[in-house]
Each structure stands twice: as structure tokens, then as C-alpha cells.
Write a new protein. Sequence first.
Length: 122
Amino acid sequence: MTQILALAYAALAAMPLAMHIALAAGAPLGRYTVGGRFTGRLPPLWRGLALVQAALLAGMAGAVLARADLAPASLAPAFWPATALTLLTCAANAASPSRPERLLWAPVTALLAAAALGVGLS
């Protein structure tokens, strides 16, 4: 079950990861991130930060996979920090002033949090 939950986390994390790559490439999806602060394309600095977020998401997925023995063990120490960040992200998405961000990402990050906690507590 632990491996299934870890794979679910990785699959779900691919969704916001892909969106952040698209944001960095200039996709007009600003209303789905940073509280809807930008309705279209993100400004250049924020596009760079979207790449940082994509890399962070990939690392977090790696840590969860490592905890379930599906990725290099060297990533496993980052598991609980990744889980904590997932929980904080879930809370931020649920409280976002952007309705599209809340509707899309709050459920996804809630599932991510449940999967991470399932991996950690099993």
C-alpha cells in the first residue's frame, strides 16, 4: 500500500509540476497560482520562480518515492520536510483569494497530503 500511495503522490505532483513549467514558458495561467495575483502570463521574475517551484515539486515527489523504496535512499531524509510543505501548500491553496486556484489545487494538494501522510505513517 505504501508504494501505491507514493506512486499516487508522484502522479498527482506531476499536475502542478506541469503547470509550473507551462507558467515558466509563458502560458497565461496566472489566475491558478500565487492567489491569482496575475490573471495572464506571469512577469519574468515570477516565471523564474515557477521553475524553482517545479524543481521543488520534483524533489518532493522523489522524497516520497524514496520513503517507499521507489527512489534513491539519499532522498528519504527530505520526506518529512516535503510532507510539511505539502500540508502548508494545501492550506494555502484552500485559503487562496483566487477561486480558480482554490477549486483546482485545493483538492489536488489535499490528495497529495493524504498520500504523503499515508506513506509516512505506514
